[in-house]
Design a binder for this molecule. Structure first.
Ligand code: NDP
Length: 285
């Protein structure tokens, strides 16, 4: 009888990485589809990334996810980078094509999928305000611009980072984007359709933290989103719920960015509902 004990390998490089739950989502999908694939959670220090990427090639990994602090540094070790990952300036997913390693960014695509599938929103023509200008904000705003949003307003604590994002968005996508300095007096505006917290405020263990902006001037039909996946019910989301606003948590975004990576790696349609259930289970504890 012919046997094949060889598993296909994928995983995540990060530092720290022990609490990253992506393995749960991917392993649930492999199991559901009966694929002999493994997703490994691997601690790689910044100074070890070059060797880790060589090891990836030597061991024939099918791909890898990158998380803090490797999303930018990994770009120098790749054979090709997708045009949108170049625009965003970061890679969170690497896929292998023969011997070539190709960098992609699925964070913003995951957010778009969650807006569409869970928020029931068509982004075309929408006015979006985004809190934050870090990696997640960059990924989200470029994908929103490419998907046809009408306008982006970037509200960020560091003016330099916020202005740089606005400039990159304007030059690279042509969207109308503007920078608003972070202030507790910020109240949103009647013309905003979607407000996104793309900062790390509220992320475990700082679960009581909440962006100190007022939601006073938002329309009652605005969609309030948070990218923070852990916990999904951030105080920001709770505050919006208490005001009877529609909300979208960071949980579906995390599932879909993984689902898109799964589809790139395996060529199979991702079993999203199985992946989502597995992640919900993690956060229920
Ligand atoms: P970065 O470190 O790149 O950026 C952090 C952002 O948060 C910056 O804009 C920073 O502002 C802002 N910020 C942090 N603390 C404060 C504060 N006290 N007051 C005001 N602004 C603050 O992180 P990432 O963009 O990579 O990650 C941001 C969040 O996105 C994290 O919670 C992460 O878990 C989440 N994420 C979720 C994903 C998902 O699938 N759901 C995928 C990827 C990320 P400044 O520029 O002024 O420092």
């Amino acid at each position: 009888m012919a046997v094949n004990y060889k598993a296909e390998l994928v995983g995540v490089f990060g530092y720290p990485v022990a609490e990253n739950p992506t393995c749960v989502i991917q392993e649930a999908a492999f199991q559901e589809l009966g694929l002999n694939w493994r997703y490994l959670t691997i601690e790689v220090k910044p100074e070890g990334l070059a060797e880790a990427m060589n090891g990836l090639k030597a061991m024939g990994f099918q791909g890898i996810n990158l998380t803090i602090p490797h999303k930018v540094a990994v770009m120098q070790f790749l054979d090709e980078i997708s045009p949108d990952a170049v625009m965003i300036g970061a890679v969170n997913t690497v896929r292998r094509d023969g011997t070539r390693l190709i960098g992609e960014n699925t964070d913003g695509k995951g957010f778009l999928r969650s807006l569409h599938q869970d928020g029931n929103i068509d982004i075309k023509g929408k006015h979006v305000a985004v809190l934050g200008a870090g990696g997640a904000a960059r990924a989200i705003t470029f994908e929103l611009a490419l998907a046809g949003a009408a306008e982006l307003r970037i509200i960020n604590r560091s003016g330099e980072r916020g202005e740089a994002l606005v400039n990159d968005l304007t030059v690279r996508t042509g969207i109308h984007a503007s920078f608003v300095p972070w202030a507790s007096t910020y109240e949103g505006g009647e013309d905003i359709d979607i407000l996104v917290n793309a900062t790390s405020i509220g992320l475990f263990p700082d679960v009581d933290a909440v962006p100190d902006i007022s939601l006073a001037k938002l329309r009652s039909d605005v969609l309030v989103c948070d990218v923070v996946p852990n916990p999904p019910e951030t105080r920001f989301i709770q505050t919006a719920r208490a005001r009877n606003l529609k909300v979208l948590t960071g949980l579906p975004m995390l599932v879909y960015q993984g689902a898109i990576g799964f589809e790139m790696w395996t060529g199979h349609k991702a079993p999203e509902s199985v992946m989502k259930k597995a992640l919900e289970q993690v956060f229920r504890g």
